[in-house]
Design a protein around this ligand. Structure first.
Ligand code: PNS
Length: 162
């Protein structure tokens, strides 16, 4: 079975990576799909995010990284994925994720959403938090892959100089 793991990944965190690694043990192939969202102003471009995810998943032979526009279920159908993988952190995720799963189910009955409970240590971790910590000069080494942490520090050092 092929699973798609869609998201913004701005940037990828260790929580995302945990879901990808565990998804890889369950599915033959996991496609990490970055949404090109015209309504959001990301910190990292789609190209940068694709590269960050590729570097972070080098050790996983059954992972592919791609970007897409429009509806997730349409993209999933196009690449013939049967499963839409999402991570569930705290209870607050549940309502939003359940709504999304139901909505996606009305759009395509062929795609099943599968939730994985995020591992304990990452249950309160989000990309937004990571960006905020980095913006205020905090340490994010324990929250994102090393090369992403370096990019975050570089990005904010540059903003300080401007
Ligand atoms: O990492 P995120 O921001 O929580 O990911 C959300 C994402 C990209 C999975 C979701 O917003 C999405 O699927 N967007 C594409 C548009 C779509 O398919 N909408 C219908 C589902 S409600």
């Amino acid at each position: 079975m092929k699973a798609i793991y869609p998201g913004s990944f701005d940037p990828i965190t260790l929580g995302h990576l945990d879901i990808i690694e565990r998804g890889c043990r369950l599915f033959e192939q996991v496609i990490v799909a970055v949404l090109k969202n015209p309504h959001k102003t990301p910190l990292f471009s789609v190209q940068e995010r694709l590269e960050q995810i590729r570097q972070s998943t080098q050790h996983l032979p059954n992972v592919e990284v791609d970007s897409f526009e429009g509806l997730t279920v349409n993209y999933a159908q196009m690449i013939q994925a049967q499963v839409l993988l999402r991570g569930l952190r705290a209870l607050s995720d549940f309502e939003v994720e359940l709504q999304m799963a139901h909505t996606n189910n009305t759009l395509s009955r062929e795609i099943e959403t599968v939730f994985l409970a995020t591992s304990n240590e990452y249950s309160f971790l989000s990309s937004s938090q990571v960006k905020e910590i980095a913006r205020f000069g905090g340490c994010v080494d324990h929250l994102v892959p090393q090369h992403v942490a370096i990019e975050l520090y570089r990005c904010h050092a540059k903003n300080h100089l401007e």
